[in-house]
Design a protein around this ligand. Sequence first.
Ligand code: 13P
Ligand code: SF4
Length: 328
Amino acid sequence: MTAMPADLKGLDLRAEIERLRKERNAVILAHYYQKPELQDLADFVGDSLELSRKAAETDADVIAFCGVKFMAEVAKILSPEKIVILPDMEAGCSLEDSCPPEKFKAFREAHPDHIALTYINCSTEVKALSDVIVTSSSAETILQQIPADQKIIFGPDRHLGGYLSRKFNRDMLLWPGVCIVHEAFSETELLKLKAQHPGAPIAAHPECPPTIVDHADYVGSTSGILNYAKAMEGDTLIVATEPHIIHQMERALPSKTFIGAPGADGNCNCNICPYMALNTMEKLYLALRDLEPRIEIDETLRLGAKKSLDAMLEMASGSVGKGDLGNR
Ligand code: 13P
Ligand code: SF4
């Protein structure tokens, strides 16, 4: 983890980041699960698909990625000539950790007649072993383009894969990974909360287990959930995803109420992504100042991973701006 120099005390970090952003010709991209102060100074805040597209099309020299490592790696794969920095290199993902490349390779080799449709929350190596990458906002559009008789391996998120498999009646072999954040929501506590707010719909991310998704009025990506909040008629929404997204909802819809779905202890603190939380203003400042930590990827590996990402961008083109899996 990046060491924190004591001389940062007293620095106006926001002003310093502004200065460095201009000096470096940097673009700051942030995921919705980042701390509000990072979301507020980003040039763009979005879901995984939108962030991939922004990274591919930017003309900045430096991409400062406020998100997790696999997202910054996607930026580097799609924009290899740019310097891509991640405030904290330890910002990983439980889904990526659940899927070591050598085990995934063996799994693929054991099922040679299957194609690998793989969630973007995985390592660059696993992307290079896959046929098509999906995000939660593009998975539905992409799956519908794959012939019904084509056998599919889906990894590493078994809940997203299971959701797609049930919704589209597709038999898929699922890798047994989960997101520790979405896995922590409690059905019992959610039903107690719903009883207190009977008129409030529930919006859930498809990384949630079926015990949560089955109670949701809307299931979709982070952008999809945000769009649902904007379009809904009521004034209260129960949000079953990482609670930092509520910052964007409160900014866009200050008169509405957003309640984070609870974990087993009855509050939503256990649903804060510990990896996303590693990024801070201090670390972003240091990363822009030092242009470190920097994402570097071996060129052969990058080209391998780019194929499955390009397939996603091509096949997802019909889902531009929709950003969701749709109602259940
Ligand atoms: P989306 O923003 O694409 O919905 O992904 C959520 C997530 O878990 C990112 O790690
Ligand atoms: Fe990974 Fe879950 Fe954190 Fe997203 S919220 S980065 S899937 S651990």
